[in-house]
Design a protein around this ligand. Sequence first.
Ligand code: C2E
Ligand code: MG
Ligand code: MG
Length: 522
Amino acid sequence: MDDKTAVPGREKLAAAREDAVGLREKAVDVREGTVTTRERKIRAAEAQGASDDQISMLRQANAQLVIATIEAHTLAEQVQTAQADLDHLAHHDVLTDLPNRILLNDRLTQAIALAHRQGKQLAVMFMDLDRFKHINDSLGHAVGDRLLQSVAQRLVGGVRHSDTVSRQGGDEFVLLLPDIEHAEDVALSAQKMLTALALPHLIDQHDLQIGVSIGISIYPDDGHDAETLIKHADIAMYHAKESGRNNYKFFEQDMNARAVQRQSIEAGLRRALERQEFVLHYQPKINLLSGTIVGTEALVRWQHPQRGLLEPAQFVPIAEDSGLILPLGRWVLREACLQARAWQDAGLPPITVAVNTSALEFRAGDFLQYLRATLDESRLEPHYLELELTESVLMRDAASADSVLHALAALGVKLAVDDFGTGYSSLSYLRQFPINTLKIDQSFVNQITSNPDDATIVSAVISMAKALRLCVIAEGVETAEQAAFLLAQHCDEGQGYFFGRPVEAEALAILLETGVSPALPH
Ligand code: C2E
Ligand code: MG
Ligand code: MG
C-alpha cells in the first residue's frame, strides 16, 4: 500500500473508479459496435437506393441512440462513484480523512485473528492530546480543526505502512501496530510519536505546542478482542495523563481496579450532591504581625457514607474531570458565603472567607451571574469573599480570564493566586490582572528553614509581591521557625497547621471569638 494508513478507503475508491473506467470503455465499444452496425445498415440502405428522407431518418435515429447510450453509461458511472464516496465516508473521519472507529475495529479484529493464527503480538495505542480543549476554546474551532489535521499528518508520517492511525473523535487517536516483536519496539514508537508531536504546529500565525498522552495495550497479554484492547489502552492513557501528561504508559492489570474505583467515586459524587454529603472545613489565616485571624479558607470534604471523611485529593480531580466540579463548586461558594455571613450575624469579628475556584468553574459562562446571586442571597459584602485561583487558570486563558477578573474586581471580590511558584506566571500578567494576594505554595514554605534555595525563593517572592503592592501569604506553615522566618522577611500572612488545622465552622467560631490563633510566632 503506497498511500499508508490514512487513506485505505481510497483504495476502494480507486478500485471503484477503475471499474467505472472499464465500464465506460465497454460502453464505448458497444456504442462503436452499434454505430458501426447502424452505419453499415445506412450504407446498405444507400446502396439499395433508399430515399434521402429514409436515410436521414436512419442517421437521426442512430445519433439519438448514441446520445442515449452515453447518458446511460455516464449515469451508471456517477452512481458508482457516489457509492464509493459513501463507502469511504462511512469508514473515514471527515476532518482528517483517517480511518474512523468502525474501520479501526474491522482492522483490529482482522489483525487479532491473524496474530492469533501466527502466534504473534500486536499493540494498540490510545492517544489523547493534552489540553486540546483549551486551544479550541481560546483560539476557536477553526484553529482547533487545523491543529487536529496537522497532528494527524504527523502521526501518519511517523508509522509504518502496515500500521493504522485512526481518529476516534474529538482529540483522540487510536493506532494499531499489527506487527511487533517486543514491547520495547512499541515503547520506541511511542517515544517517536511524542518527539514528532512536540515540535510546534504553525497554524494561522500561532506557534502551537501540544502534548499527547499515550496508553498502550498488547495482544494477547492485555486482551483478546478489539473492545478490551482499546478499553485497556484508554485506561493506560488516563494514567499517562495523571502522571504528568506528555508521556506513555503500558496497561497494567491493577489499573483496572483503580479505574473501577474511579467510576464508583464518580457515581458516588453524583449521589453525594443530591444527598448533601459535603461539608466545609475552615482553616484560619493569620496576620503575622498582629497574630490575629484575618481570614479563613473553606476546604471541602466529603462525608462518605462508607469510607468516612474524604479529603479533596480523593475526589476533587475526579469531580473536575467529570464536570461535577460545577455543581460542587456552586455548593461550596454558597455554603461559604452563608457561613461567613452567619459568623458576622453572630457578632463575631468579620473576616474574609476564601473559596478555591477550579478552571472549569471560572470559565463557565454563568460564573459571574451565579456569584452575584450568591452574594445577594447571603448578604455578604463582596470584599469579604476571596477567590483562590491557580496560576494555570490565569495564564492559560489570559484574554478571557482578564475580563472576568476585572468584573470580579469591580464587584469588590478579592482575588488570590493559589500555589504560587508551582505554575508559570509571567510577571506582566500579574501586573495586568487585578490580583490582591499571592499565596506562596507550601512546597517552598516546607523547606525554608532547611533548604537555602527555598529560603531564597520565598524571600524573592515576598519582595516581588511587595514591589507589586500585593499582599503575600505563606501556606503550609508548620513550625515556629518557619513562622519566624516569614515574619522576618515581612511576609504579611500565614496559614498552616502551626496556626490551626482546617476545622468545622463551629470550631472556627470559637477561635474567632478569642480573635487570635492558638499559636503565635512571637
Ligand atoms: P489548597 O487550596 O492549596 O489548600 C491548602 C491545602 O493544604 C489544604 O488541603 C490544607 O488542608 C492543606 N494544609 C494546610 N495547612 C497545612 C500544613 O501546615 N501542612 C500541610 N502539609 N498541609 C496543609 P486539602 O484541604 O486537602 O485541600 C487540598 C486541595 O484541594 C486544595 O489546595 C485545593 O486546591 C483543593 N480544594 C479544596 N477545597 C476545594 C473546593 O472547595 N473547590 C476546589 N475547586 N478545590 C478545592
Ligand atoms: Mg487554596
Ligand atoms: Mg494552595
